[in-house]
Each structure stands twice: as structure tokens, then as C-alpha cells.
Ligand binder design. Sequence first.
Ligand code: CA
Ligand code: CA
Length: 144
Amino acid sequence: MIPRFLRRATVLVTTVASLLAANLLLAAPANAAPANCPSGTTCLWEDPNYLTNGSSARLQWYRYSIANFRNYTYQGTSINLANTVTSVYNNGNTDASFLFTGPNKGGDGFILYVGTGKTQVGSLFNDNLESGYFQSCLPPSVCE
Ligand SMILES: [Ca+2]
Ligand SMILES: [Ca+2]
């Protein structure tokens, strides 16, 4: 029979170990880009949590910029990008991304740093975005 104090110590060690394991499990996905978002692009979905109608594959992305979301749909859907985007992820290499409520950098904008995303953009931007640019495409230069 194991003495009670030893059993208690074992439980404590097990608890610490499982907490550490849980932490490691939680830490890994936080750094990973959402599924189906290609490296070097900023990705856009219609719904929260990097999904469109329940699928992460129904997305649209830009490697440089999209001056007018009106010209694009989410892949595999007929849903127009303009004023429907709800979640975004910058899976670029170095540049921050800028998203605007109007076409051609119009309206209000926000910055999305590289390697970060928003599972739901703020209420000012939700279902309101119409153009997006990586930083190097923000100057008058056009690189769509
Ligand atoms: Ca939406
Ligand atoms: Ca808008």
C-alpha cells in the first residue's frame, strides 16, 4: 500500500505534468496559420473563425493587393467579397496588411501584422471591407 502522502505527491506531479502538456498543446495552434491560407498571402473569409459556410477552404486571398473586393468571390462559392468579410489572416512573409472599408484604400482602415489574424474583425469593419493591400503595395504603386 502506498502511503497517503506519496499518493498525494503523485497526484500533484501528474496534475503539473498534464497542465504543462495542455499548455504545449494550446501554444502550437496559436502560431499556425488557418488551414488553406497559402504562405505569402492575406486570407479572407465570410464568417468568423476563418470559415465560409463552415469551410476554411472557401476563402479568397491576395499576394499583393485587391483594390476592389467587388471583383472577387470566395473560392467555390458565388458569394461576393465586398462588404461580407468577417475573418482575416496575414500569412505573409514580412509585410503588414491593410484593410479598408471602401475600394481603393477608401474609408476606414486597420493594420493586420504579419503572422496575425482576427477571428472576427471589429464592428466598424465587419461586413464592410472592400479593399486590402500588403504594405509594399500601399504607395501609389499598383501591384494587384
Ligand atoms: Ca460576414
Ligand atoms: Ca464598405
